[in-house]
Write a protein that binds this ligand. Structure first.
Ligand SMILES: *Cc1c(COP(=O)(O)O)cnc(C)c1O
Length: 392
């Protein structure tokens, strides 16, 4: 073998394990109904919780920004790439989150890389829920801090680690606000109480909670009324906000330290003006009305109830993320393909993303789905569920 020939063997290995899969190529933009291989299918796997990805006000804001400021920003933020529209977005985000300041990054992923690699130092310890997102794990890996993992949402396990953490300079507790594979909510009030008792810093990643939980989608800190007691709130602009980007919200000092030290912020170009403008518009729409958030919750509650009534196992779901637990990888992928034949796209998620016996299709119910769409989805799910023996 020479050069990169060994990669062919790696692909063979993925195929043997049933894990080889290239992304679907969609022929239409992100929407409730989308075109795939010339067919219209109902989208149940998108993070477009509020329909912002193709909201007319966001599209107009993006187009206006292109004509006013151009297609690209031309530079990293710290040189010539901070336009007024970037600054405005950060002010709007801070007001939205109820914090002193916010700093925007290119994505949620780079936010976590920047925040954790900057704040965690040699001699600190970071204590992380076992189901935290890959970008948190990678951000932690870039630091020299000691790492401790606690069992998912297990507050006794968290306290055990905190009790034994006296020798560290600083203690950081990190959790997703809403867990992306199960759609369950982190026990933030208990985490904050433990943090206060053991003098720890709390960081919550609200990628799936911003635009979803709290008044007008302000996030998990607002949902639990913990304002002023969560030190760092991470969010994305890529999921419910419908565009792309991430941010860290907290104190002005947090923002300024990140500006000086967070490497993705320093060494990668800032968002095109159109991205900043459409995100800004999304936050304004959210702050002006809770209608979309309320509609999404009402759809999600109704749909989960109907699934449970039909006999499906929706796991620990308590948000618009609703898994249907199927079991092994092959059965999960078969279920997903059959649904697609019925006109419903719901991606299968299998080992190693979730435990080997917890393969599932994962649904995200949005404000943009109509009741007819949801009825159509439910009929298809029941049909395939009965046919595969998952329900009777
Ligand atoms: C999706 C996700 C991210 C990454 O966000 P992007 O903006 O897509 O890069 C980070 N953290 C969590 C918890 C996520 O679910």
């Amino acid at each position: 073998m020479s050069g990169l020939d060994y990669l062919a063997e790696e692909l063979e290995q993925l195929k043997r394990e049933g894990r080889y899969r290239l992304p679907a190529v969609w022929e239409s933009g992100s929407d409730v109904w989308m075109e795939l291989n010339g067919r219209r299918v109902l989208q149940l796997s998108s993070n477009n919780y509020l329909g912002f990805a193709n909201h007319p006000d966001l599209k107009r804001a993006a187009a206006d920004a292109v004509y006013r400021y151009g297609a690209g920003s031309g530079s990293v933020r710290t040189i010539a790439g901070t336009l007024k529209i970037h600054d405005e977005l950060e002010r709007e985000l801070a007001a939205f989150k109820g914090t002193e300041a916010a700093l925007v990054f290119q994505s949620g992923f780079t936010t976590n890389l920047g925040v954790f690699s900057t704040l965690l130092q040699d001699g600190d310890v970071v204590i992380s829920d076992e189901l935290n997102h890959a970008s948190i794990i990678d951000g932690i890996r870039l630091s020299k801090a000691a790492r401790k993992i606690y069992r998912h949402k297990d507050m006794n396990a968290l306290e055990d680690v905190l009790r034994a953490s006296g020798q560290y300079r600083k203690r950081f507790i990190v959790t997703d606000g809403v867990f992306s594979m199960d759609g369950d909510i982190a026990p933030l009030p208990a985490i904050v109480e433990l943090a206060e008792r053991y003098d720890a810093i709390v960081c919550v990643d609200d990628a799936h909670a911003s635009g979803v939980l709290g008044r007008n989608g302000k996030g998990s800190t607002d949902h639990f009324n913990l304002h002023g007691r969560v030190h760092i709130q991470i969010g994305t602009l890529s999921k419910a906000i419908g565009v792309v980007g991430g941010y860290a919200a907290g104190s002005q000092a947090l923002k300024e330290v990140l500006i000086h030290k967070a490497r993705p912020f320093l060494f990668s170009t800032s968002h095109p003006p159109s991205v900043a403008a459409s995100c800004l518009e999304a936050i304004r729409v959210l702050r002006s009305s809770s209608e979309l958030v309320e509609r999404m919750w009402s759809h999600a509650h109704g749909f989960r109830k109907a699934l449970i009534q039909a006999g499906f196992d929706t796991g620990a779901s308590e948000t618009p993320i609703i898994p249907i637990i199927i079991g092994d990888a092959a059965a999960t992928m078969h279920f997903s393909s059959r649904l697609l034949e019925e006109g419903v796209f719901a991606q299968g998620i299998v080992f190693p993303t979730v435990a080997a016996d917890k393969g599932r299709i994962r649904l995200i119910i949005t404000a943009a789905h109509s009741q007819d769409d949801l009825d159509f989805a439910l009929e298809a799910l029941k049909k395939v569920g009965r046919e595969t023996g998952l329900i009777s």
